[in-house]
Ligand binder design. Sequence first.
Ligand SMILES: [Fe+2]
Length: 309
Amino acid sequence: MAINVEPILPRFGAEISGVDITRPLDAATAREIVDLQNKWGVTVWRNTGLDDDTHVAFSRIFGHLELAPRRSDRPRFARPELFDASNIDADGNIVDNELVRLRKKGDRLWHTDSSFMEIRSAYSLLLCHEAPPEGGPTWFADTRTAYDDLPQATKDRLEGLVAEHSYWWSRRRAGYPYTEEDIDAKPSARHPLVHVHAGSGRKALFVGAHARDIVGLPREEGRALLRELFEWCTQPQYIFQVLYKPGDMVIWDNLCTMHRGGDYDDRAHRRDMRRTTVREGAAPQTPDDPFGDMFRAAEAADLAHVAAK
Ligand SMILES: [Fe+2]
């Protein structure tokens, strides 16, 4: 079966068709799909026919799947690998409260999923089960081509720099009441600002909303540099948006892209999106939920924040 590839931008993003991904794939086809993903950074799959089980099964061709943090006593689905990225609860009602508003603001910032973790997330596979009639896209930015196009003097300046990433920093930016001192006391992770994207051998910027400071630079100078890089990467020639219909799936590689959620009327319309996430590197020896303790602590702080309002 021939796989069709329609590029979205000249070097970034492609719509893929011509292969039934609801069925187990032979090794050669799976390899071809992973290679296409590594080349294009974002792939869009229309009308896949995937359900929860086949979504998870297909995702495994990319590597080890993270277990999603349990954010509710009543998750909407049984598979522990599925992150709930919807605006609805277990009864199908639209969730509309202060926490949801804050989360939404966080999702609107350009970010890379889980860059605040020591071991990073590589691929995210987001499947649409229900879409609003208008809006609700995801935007993507190409951090490899953006790096390629930087002036040489900037590339030289970035060489060897390391950024500190914090989950609580991006939440502060989204409006949560954390002080700099609060964030200092929380876990964070350090990653080089520029790295070689293993899947393609190309260099990529690794930035996003969780990036708080540059190690060894004065705080203001580091943040100014981070702002400059965000603005550079999100210029029109490096970005595009994907709008969803039920059954559509987008796969992005967090190690060579940034993404952000786009607007829709989330008080009037349901948007049911479910995500699997593939961890960088080899599978751990035992099943684990790397976010468990951290997300539970964050959730408790969120509830306290809402209660205090
Ligand atoms: Fe995300």
